[in-house]
Design a protein around this ligand. Sequence first.
Ligand code: GUN
Ligand code: FE
Length: 443
Amino acid sequence: WQGCLIHTISFTEFQIFNNGLLIVDASGVITELRELESSDQMEELKRQYSLQEDQVNRLTETQFLIPGFIDGHTHAPQYPNLGIGLDLPLMDWLEKYTFPTESKMKDTNVATQTYTRFVDSLIKNGTTTACYFATMHLEATKVLAEIVSSRGQRAWIGKVNMDCNSPDFLRETLEESLESTIAFIDFMKQERFTEAGLIEPAITPRFVPTCSERLLKGLGEIASKHKLPIQSHLCENRQEIAFVKELFPNADNYTGVYQQSGLLSRRTIMAHCVYLTPDEIQKMAASGAAVAHCASSNFNLSSGVLDIKPLINSGIRVCLGTDVSGGTSPSMLHAIRSALIAAQTTQINANADVCNLDIMGAFFLATLGGAQAMALDDKIGNFAPKKHFDALVVDATEHADLLDLTAKDATKVDSALALLKKFLMTGDDRNIVNVFVKGRKIR
Ligand code: GUN
Ligand code: FE
């Protein structure tokens, strides 16, 4: 690849290669990343690697390459509800809209239709990796895995566990829940999944209210035995937190319930975490669990406004989640913008001079931050050599006027950065030309 490449290397640092060179080997692994001094160098390299012209991807003036987006939390079966039924707070919203919609996935035909549309929509919007919740239904969860695998996207996929405090039509017994979890893990051991190495099953207790103590403990044991990632919801809404206190009066707190069940690890992502107490922040940090910040959903369900700064300062890894359909968009661009609005809301409420999150910080959270939260930052998140090539070609042609708008003495770096920011703040899927996962073009 030759052209403008932009990626982050930490929450506060990013790099721009204006006339960048990025070499990807046949297995989709990045072998080289640097700035080219001149275009003649490209000709030398072509000779050195005996490359044909069609093996060189030259980005145009208005294009740039960024790492693929990582959605740290989303619900595939809730896609039909996108944008509707947001008039109620969390617990009532689940009862009235979400549980009935999820129950339809019992029919694998409905699941196939819903999941095909959802996965394609995520890919179109530049999500190269997603942490999916399916439903409690084993067969439909397999359908989701098949679709994600057929599209070549990278993912965690969770068969949801729920054995209490939900309606009859969406509840399993303890035994069913554990058995179908094992069955899904076994299903994912098939060669066609393991060979590609892109999808992992994730242990997915829905949240404490819908899981018995025995179920939580059983899932903790399965996760540790099979060394699997874990995903769930935590401290999203005040009513939910009060309910957990009633259900587990002897636990330290909500986070303590997960901790005592062995569900907090270096490979755990807890969504929301709006109302963590200092003790809970300490528990999350000590266990190495990560947080998926789902700002769009937190606004839509009036759950609350999360300030991620104290979490980051405590060493907790933070990523962004679309949380469809609490969130109203499958696009990580929307998650980025919602996270910025949440940070600005925090700033306004605190009457503070500075905002805790800037756009490049949000770009980090949507890429490398996601990789870190999933403990996959040795593989994805930016273009560091040895990582897999998960990337988006972005064309900002629609916004090219910006090139002229920048000051006369603006450097090429300024222009590139302006185009990236313009894309992040005002762009959409139409600006995403191609999507790559592990070197393979998936769109
Ligand atoms: N808590 C438990 N289940 C859900 C869900 O489906 N969406 C959200 N936003 N929160 C939850
Ligand atoms: Fe969620």
